[in-house]
Design a binder for this molecule. Structure first.
Ligand code: SF4
Length: 362
């Protein structure tokens, strides 16, 4: 089992961001009170559904580091106590502009053992285009703060395909992050999300600002660069030194069930995919309210497992693939899938057509 906790507060809304968050933390006190209530009541509701021990906890957002550290640490301590957590992977997301040595120390003391830093870029012009509040130096300082507090499992995000970004910027950023101590790098292509400032600015014309061939070169180039430095591309968007793969994210790709606490959080329990309303006020009034998005049949689960497994470099095992011979053959003929030791996985070409392959399983 796994736990995701959503902290929907940010210092400012980034113009490209489609995640649920608000640009203030006025309601933090009420929010964390409601979160406590949900955490305390949820295990009782779910005890019949839970199938095993909790292995990972992930505080994401939003920006968990934007609110007072005591809120987050108390909520995490509550979870640890209730679920009797000793060992596991316990991650907190932070942003460089709202993170310092004091917060890093408090997070470590509370028991977080993995930190994910929203670096995005180490080039100030790219950071400005992205509307980020930090600069290169603050991003590097954040890594130092994490290290000095004792974090060794450090992940950094990088965005590629940003208007004005150069291919060599990415490799330079990646090398600096590795030298600084990052053990895991998540690489995301800039996407235009609905309802964002970037949607107004670029609409569906992002390719007029970023050559799609360049964006693909950046993606494949960065994967290869990271691999040449020892970080294995273990998933479409994630590379890590061996032993530093995100256990929490791997659980999603293995189709495992997870609790989700907080406004806007999406969970998967007892075959049901559910979400909490994206409304902090509503969450404070009723933190137990959740909306069923989908109840998966056994066949849905099998298909979804294949689709998710194909995101990983291990791919889909032969046993699972047996039932989908036609889909596998078709995508092998197209050059999107190839055989590997364990079964079948996306080819380098297939990485560019991954969504198309996944759609065949829907
Ligand atoms: S800090 Fe992260 S979650 Fe918050 S608005 Fe920016 S991208 Fe979105």
């Amino acid at each position: 089992m796994h736990i995701y906790v959503h902290i929907p507060f940010c210092a400012r809304k980034c113009p490209y961001c489609g995640f649920y968050s608000v640009a203030h933390c006025n309601e933090a006190a009420g929010y964390f009170k409601a979160l406590d209530k949900e955490i305390l009541e949820q295990p009782v509701i779910c005890s019949a559904e839970a199938e095993g021990d909790v292995e990972t906890v992930y505080f994401g957002g939003g920006t968990p580091s934007f609110v007072d550290a005591s809120y987050v640490c108390n909520a995490f301590r509550k979870i640890r106590h209730l679920f009797s957590l000793e060992e596991g992977e316990f991650t907190i997301e932070v942003n460089p502009n709202s993170f310092d040595a004091d917060k890093a120390r408090k997070y470590r003391e509370a028991g977080f053992n993995r930190i994910s830093i929203g670096v995005q870029s180490l080039h100030d012009d790219v950071l400005q285009t992205l509307g980020r509040l930090h600069d290169r130096q603050e991003a590097l300082d954040a890594i130092e703060c994490a290290k000095s507090a004792g974090f060794t499992n450090i992940s950094c995000d990088l965005i590629l395909g940003v208007p004005g970004q150069r291919e060599e910027d990415l490799y330079e950023d990646a090398q600096i992050l590795i030298d600084a101590g990052a053990k895991h790098i998540s690489m995301y292509s800039l996407m235009i999300e609905e309802g964002t400032v970037f949607e107004q600015r670029y609409g569906d014309r992002l390719d007029e600002y970023v050559d799609p061939d360049l964006e693909r070169r950046m993606y494949h180039g960065l994967r290869s660069f990271l691999e040449s430095r020892g970080l294995i591309p273990y998933e479409i968007s994630n590379c890590a030194f061996p032993g530093y793969e995100s256990r929490h994210n791997l659980s999603y790709w293995q189709g495992r069930e997870y609790y989700a606490f907080g406004a806007g959080a999406h969970g998967y329990l007892n075959s049901e995919r559910f979400a909490h309303p994206e409304d902090i006020g509503e969450y404070i009034k009723d933190p137990m309210k959740r909306i069923t998005e989908e109840v998966l049949t056994e066949e849905d689960k099998r298909k979804e497992k294949c689709m998710l497994a194909l995101r990983t470099s291990a791919g889909i095992c032969r046993e699972s693939a047996k039932q989908y011979d036609a889909i596998i053959s078709k995508n092998m003929e197209l050059g999107y899938l190839e055989e590997c030791n364990t079964g079948f996985r996306l080819t380098s070409k297939g990485l560019d057509f991954a969504n198309q392959v996944f759609m065949d399983f829907v």
